[in-house]
Design a protein around this ligand. Structure first.
Ligand code: F6R
Length: 614
């Protein structure tokens, strides 16, 4: 949801800005812009479109500036066009500002500023913020650093900002609240600023994650100064990044999505590495061990999440209830916040988020905290806002996910939730040690089984070729496979723009069956397990109405094979682990359909990777 970068140092920054913005483009790609100080003048280039369009816009101009800022936008206030693109300027066009977030009280600020003679050219909240800062600086005769701090005491909303002043080419001012911001500290008095560490990693591993309501000054002579919004000096906490450069590059694949799908044997392994004790047949999770009594005595688990992470939460509902016998409710974070939810003191709230930045999930966490709940985070991005806002948690360790459609993050989330369910079952004595050991061993064998599933790629591509021009698709599953049906449908609609619906297979006869005719592909997860026979009946119901069946089946299956138009076989596993295997061919199907329809799978229209607005 908007990516921001800033550089100040001893080397030209233009290439760094472009490269940094390309790395952050997954956060938004409606428009791109930059500002540098070139020959003592503020030079700004911005345009609708992607970073490549910005590069074309800059053309062959040689930019030698050693200070600059850049922005890639996901539009909130105002349509994506050149004028609404960032950076925005103050009245006198000498201060430029980039922003990720939303200024909620921008309308009242704007009205007051218009009254004070300010003129606005864009529809954005960001332009209001830069005028406000400028107004304070000029009227109070304070430094830009102080003006930013003072302005932010009156701002309601979320922000990560970088401010550049033409009259001070030795300094950048940054601040953040509820939107992420990282400062990289180079060896040669160089500073790097970005929404996440990916634009920074090739220059330095030393970073400072700015805390909420902190304002920092990066000055060539004075170095880094941080104050909080109350103007108290803060000591920067420098951390070493663990991220590797290879992890954020395509590594020979045509897209990040395809790379990330193929990374799943490793990402799943990483999400259980060090947690499985195969000898004893148990799972060790420090986030659960450290709060053992609370987990043992939990009366209920409430999961809050959005999108794909919400689907992982639905799988968790089955897992926790099945293995640990704890009642579970799974809530859309956005709805949870706007009800008046009932939380009990023995409830545990699990927040699931790949990015760890999703505003709705964060707001649900804040509400649950206010009500005194204990919050456990399942996040992928280390050091993210949600991972820091929770009382305890478990990282999924899937590595950076850059494709906007979530793939390896989903399977890693389910892997972590599976382990949590086993750890709880052991503590609560709800599973026999034999069953626990078998499940632990089965989880351990999953990376090899995912490698097998990935071998279906060509077959899935052929099936995609047949269905690529359909307008609709129905996904059906039961039990553990119902959330996977929802996830399969979401993948297809978000990257190929084909309308798709996921349903519990048995619900089909209560309405959606009316949609079935010879043009409707029905993708059914029909693996062996508790509801296999019932799903077979559902397949027959579809075939009786001339629907076309693409079935995900257990290897060696004969019954479904005899009825379905296409079957994709996956290795045999426990019913509870099928979601991890069956999600993969559905990801591949969406991927191939989208590619055949000429869609950009890494940057689907209207979407952004981390949704930091509510
Ligand atoms: C779908 C997708 C989104 C995210 C959702 C939550 O492929 O990526 O639905 O799952 O925006 O994001 P996180 O998990 O970062 O909180």
């Amino acid at each position: 949801m908007c990516g921001i970068v800033g550089f100040i140092g001893n080397e030209p920054v233009y290439e760094k800005i472009i490269k940094g913005l390309s790395r952050l483009e997954y956060r938004g790609y409606d428009s791109a812009g930059l500002a540098v100080i070139e020959n003592n003048e503020l030079l700004v280039r911005k345009c609708k479109g992607k970073v490549a369009d910005l590069q074309n816009n800059v053309g062959s101009q040689v930019l030698g500036s050693t200070i600059g800022i850049g922005h890639t936008r996901w539009a909130t206030h105002g349509v994506p066009n050149d004028v609404n693109a960032h950076p925005h300027f103050g009245e006198n066009k000498n201060i430029a500002l980039i922003h990720n977030g939303i200024i909620e009280n921008y309308a009242s600020l704007k009205e007051a500023l218009i009254g004070r003679g300010h003129h606005f050219v864009s529809e954005t909240d960001t332009e209001v913020l830069v005028h406000f800062i400028e107004d304070i600086r000029d009227s109070e005769q304070v430094s830009l650093f102080e003006a930013v701090r003072m302005a932010l005491t009156e701002v309601v909303g979320a922000y990560a900002i970088v401010v550049l002043d033409q009259s001070n080419p030795d300094e950048l001012i940054v601040a953040k609240k509820s939107s992420p911001l990282v400062i990289g500290i180079g060896s040669n008095d160089d500073y790097y600023i970005a929404s996440d560490a990916t634009p920074i990693i090739e220059y330095t591993k030393n970073v400072v994650y700015l805390n909420d309501e902190e304002v920092a000054k990066l000055n060539r002579r004075e170095g880094l100064t941080i104050v909080n919004i109350q103007n108290q000096k803060q000591t920067p906490y420098i951390q070493e990044l663990e991220l590797k450069l290879e992890a954020i590059e395509k590594g020979g694949y045509d897209s990040f999505m395809l790379k990330e799908i193929h990374e799943q044997p490793r990402s799943i392994q990483d999400s259980f590495r060090g947690r499985l004790n195969l000898k004893q047949g148990v799972v060790k999770m420090s986030g659960i061990d450290d709060h053992e009594e609370r987990w043992k005595n939990a009366g209920r688990i409430v999961v809050v999440a959005c999108g794909t992470s919400w689907h992982a939460g639905l799988v968790a509902e089955y897992l926790f209830e099945d293995f640990a016998r704890i009642p579970v409710e799974v809530e859309y974070a956005s709805e949870f916040r706007y009800r008046n939810p009932v939380l009990f003191t023995d409830d545990i709230v699990i927040a699931i988020s790949q990015s760890g930045e999703t505003a709705d999930t964060l707001a649900a966490i804040e509400l649950a905290k206010e009500k005194g709940a204990f919050i456990f985070g399942v996040c992928n991005v280390v050091g993210s806002t949600i991972s820091r806002a929770t009382h305890s948690g478990a990282y999924t360790h899937a590595g950076p996910e850059i494709g906007v459609a979530s793939t390896k993050a989903f399977t890693a989330q389910v892997t972590v939730l599976f382990q949590m369910a086993l750890a709880l079952a052991e503590k609560r004595g709800t599973l026999s040690s034999g069953r626990l050991s078998r499940l632990v061993a089965e989880l351990n064998s999953l990376p090899i089984k995912i490698t097998e599933v990935l071998k279906t790629n060509e077959q899935v591509e052929q099936i995609a070729q047949i269905y690529k021009n359909r307008s609709n698709a129905l996904y059906l599953g039961r039990g553990y496979s119902f959330p996977v049906a929802l996830e399969g449908a979401l993948k297809l609609k978000e990257i190929s723009y084909i309308h798709a619906e996921g349903y519990p297979a048995a619900e089909m006869k209560h309405g959606p069956i009316a949609l079935i005719d010879e043009n409707m592909p029905v993708i059914v997860i029909a693996t062996e397990g508790a509801s296999y026979e019932k799903v077979v009946s559902n397949i027959q119901e579809v075939k009786a109405r001339k629907g076309q069946i693409i079935a995900i089946v257990t290897e060696g299956d004969k019954t479904v094979k005899a009825m379905a138009d296409h079957v994709i076989e996956i290795p045999r596993t426990d019913d509870s682990l099928v979601p991890i295997l069956s999600a993969v061919p559905l990801q591949l199907f969406s991927y191939h359909v989208a590619i055949m329809r000429g869609c950009n799978v890494d940057q689907p229209r209207n979407l952004a990777k981390s949704v930091t607005v509510e």
